[in-house]
Design a protein around this ligand. Structure first.
Ligand code: HEC
Ligand code: HEC
Ligand code: HEC
Length: 129
């Protein structure tokens, strides 16, 4: 059975309206994916292996610190958000040897003194050797 002409026109209008909503939803979903991806990659790696000279590598839980400390500047005032930058600045004499380490260990020490949950202060708990 054919629908009366005026109903067919309404159907068509509703179809156009629905298609527009679907297209908008798709565009929105794609935009969100791009934004989310950018945020994830800007946060850097969740785990970073740092060079520790004669005492061996340090497995640094980056994401844990971001989640616990929130403020990126706590560390990134000292060095920028670039992979390998600590070694680079140390080789140019712009960071002293163990300067970053003292910052890491210093915070852990302070937090332990304050009775808070913190990271390690013993050499072999950070370093591999
Ligand atoms: C407790 C110290 C600390 C905090 C806090 C911290 N970072 Fe980092 N971040 C590091 C270290 C260490 C490196 C490695 C540097 C190197 O490789 O020489 C690093 C490297 C990075 C890198 C480059 C390496 C990669 O994986 O792409 C990015 C990007 C980054 N951090 C983003 C952030 C952001 C965003 C925040 C805040 C939400 C943050 N960091 C908070 C210590 C920290
Ligand atoms: C909280 C983690 C942590 C603890 C604890 C720690 N270190 Fe380190 N250490 C690091 C990091 C990170 C680096 C690399 C960055 C730097 O040199 O500041 C490093 C670097 C070093 C280096 C290499 C410096 C160079 O460039 O030649 C030596 C040697 C070292 N540590 C010895 C020690 C000794 C000894 C202890 C114990 C008294 C200790 N570390 C405890 C994190 C730690
Ligand atoms: C301003 C304070 C602060 C600084 C700076 C800091 N940490 Fe920590 N660290 C913490 C706290 C708090 C924890 C405990 C986090 C948790 O378990 O929720 C922690 C935990 C850790 C742990 C143990 C994680 C585990 O899974 O048990 C390691 C290893 C560590 N930190 C290494 C480092 C290194 C290396 C640096 C320097 C690049 C650093 N930390 C800088 C506060 C700090």
């Amino acid at each position: 059975m054919m629908k009366p002409i005026e109903n067919q026109q309404i159907d068509h209008q509703q179809y156009v309206k629905k298609s527009k909503i679907i297209v908008l939803a798709l565009v929105f979903a794609m935009a969100m994916t791009v934004v989310t991806f950018a945020q994830v990659s800007k946060k850097g790696a969740p785990e970073i292996v740092l060079k520790g000279g004669s005492r061996g590598d340090i497995h640094f839980p980056h994401r844990t610190h971001q989640d616990t400390l929130v403020d990126c500047k706590i560390c990134h005032d000292m060095f920028p958000q670039i992979s390998g930058i600590i070694e680079d600045l140390k080789s140019k004499g712009k960071l002293e040897k163990q300067q970053v380490m003292n910052h890491c260990r210093g915070c852990h020490k302070n937090m332990i003194s304050a009775g808070k949950k913190a990271g390690p202060t013993a050499c072999n708990k950070c370093h591999g050797k």
